[in-house]
Design a protein around this ligand. Structure first.
Ligand code: PMP
Length: 362
């Protein structure tokens, strides 16, 4: 039988495995950090109307510059960030891929602080760049010294700091991000996919943009915005970065349907985001309840919690799955990651975990 390894694929792709979070129908899917709440009916209707207006015009290519969507994103971000400083794509994965295509590529390098989002090495290798993982400190924290020292030593073309970090939940202070910027001549991408879940009072890296033309803040509508299925990510940066990305984006990469749906959803951003507080409540509940069951969660500013002291993660994962609950084994020893679900989903997870833990002690 022919496998892809038998085909004349690029040598530097041999031995890699594709991104593969398990996708299976379960009662409680708390494995990929989605928003567990459906798109509210009133917004769904607005989106249907917006898409309906586009349908007769689908014989034509869409607005290549997705002007209306960028205007809405600029309104959503505020802070004087203009539409010319905003760019969107089919998910922040594509945002990241476009940035790596322009600023990375063969002979260049991409550095991040691990453990972090599992797609970074795949995206780096996908564009033929060297991948440089640098370990985080104890407790997964980043300090200005650790970051600056690594960037001065490795001199990467692109640095990615994920905050709140997937899969650890760790929030990185803005002074650390500023120190990273000062320590590199390359592009600094701050992946803020989970920014809307930050605890009150924590600032986002958007406030660092003025005067930093090599800084890019990446965001997504997939998480807090409850729009993962629509595939919309975006970034804010100096408008020169937007100009650079136009060199590699495919023509008309955002369909008229995607543009209409995202614009309509952003026009209702308050309604779309109304479950964020409820999700943060469930995250904080996990942080309180997991230690009561004997597990050690790491502090999280996102909509998920990584917890340690799991004797056999593969076994606990399977026992939860046997109860129709899907969490994530991210490959960190003695740890599992769980997404904050609805109150009922979080209750089901905690009850199942208590049962498994008790049985393990018996
Ligand atoms: N960045 C991080 C840190 C993520 O966790 C994810 C999704 N899990 C993404 C980017 C990509 O999300 P999307 O492509 O849906 O915007």
């Amino acid at each position: 039988m022919t496998s892809f390894e038998d085909l004349p694929i690029r040598d530097d792709l041999r031995g890699l495995t594709p991104y593969g979070a398990p996708q299976q129908p379960v009662r409680v899917a708390i494995n990929v950090n989605e928003n567990p709440h459906p798109v509210p009916e009133v917004v769904a209707r607005r989106i249907i109307e917006a898409i309906a207006r586009e349908l007769p015009g689908l014989n034509r290519y869409p607005d290549r510059e997705f002007t209306k969507l960028r205007e809405q994103l600029s309104v959503y971000l505020g802070r004087g960030i203009g539409p010319e400083q905003v760019w969107a794509a089919n998910g922040s994965n594509e945002i990241m891929q476009q940035l790596l295509q322009v600023f990375g590529g063969p002979g260049r390098s991409v550095l991040s602080f691990t453990p972090s989002y599992s797609m970074y090495p795949l995206l780096a290798r996908g564009v033929g760049s060297e991948w440089i993982p640098v370990s985080r400190a104890d407790g997964f924290a980043l300090t200005a010294d650790l970051v600056a020292e690594a960037l001065r030593r490795e001199r990467p073309d692109i640095t990615i700091i994920c905050t709140p970090n997937n899969p650890t939940g760790t929030v990185t202070d803005l002074d650390v991000i500023a120190a990273a910027y000062d320590a590199t001549d390359g592009i600094l991408i701050v992946d803020e996919a989970y920014a809307e879940f930050l605890p009150d009072g924590r600032e986002t890296a958007l406030s660092l943009l003025p005067g930093r033309e090599r800084l890019v803040v990446s965001r997504t509508m997939s998480k807090a915005f409850a729009f993962a299925g629509a595939r919309v990510g975006y970034f804010a940066a100096h408008e020169a970065v937007v100009d650079a990305v136009r060199l590699v984006r495919l023509p008309y990469h955002l369909s008229a349907i995607t543009q209409a749906a995202a614009t309509a959803a952003l026009e209702c951003s308050e309604i779309m985001l109304q479950q964020v507080d409820a999700i943060r409540e469930q995250r904080d509940r996990l942080l309180v309840e997991l230690p009561r069951l004997g597990y050690r969660p790491w502090e999280s500013g996102a909509n998920f919690v990584l917890f340690g002291d799991v004797a056999d993660p593969a076994d606990t994962f399977q026992q939860l799955l046997d109860r129709d609950i899907l969490v994530r084994d991210v490959g960190i020893p003695n740890a599992l990651r769980v997404t904050a679900g609805t109150r009922a989903e979080t209750s089901a997870f905690l009850a199942a975990l208590a049962e498994i833990t008790d049985a393990g002690k018996a």
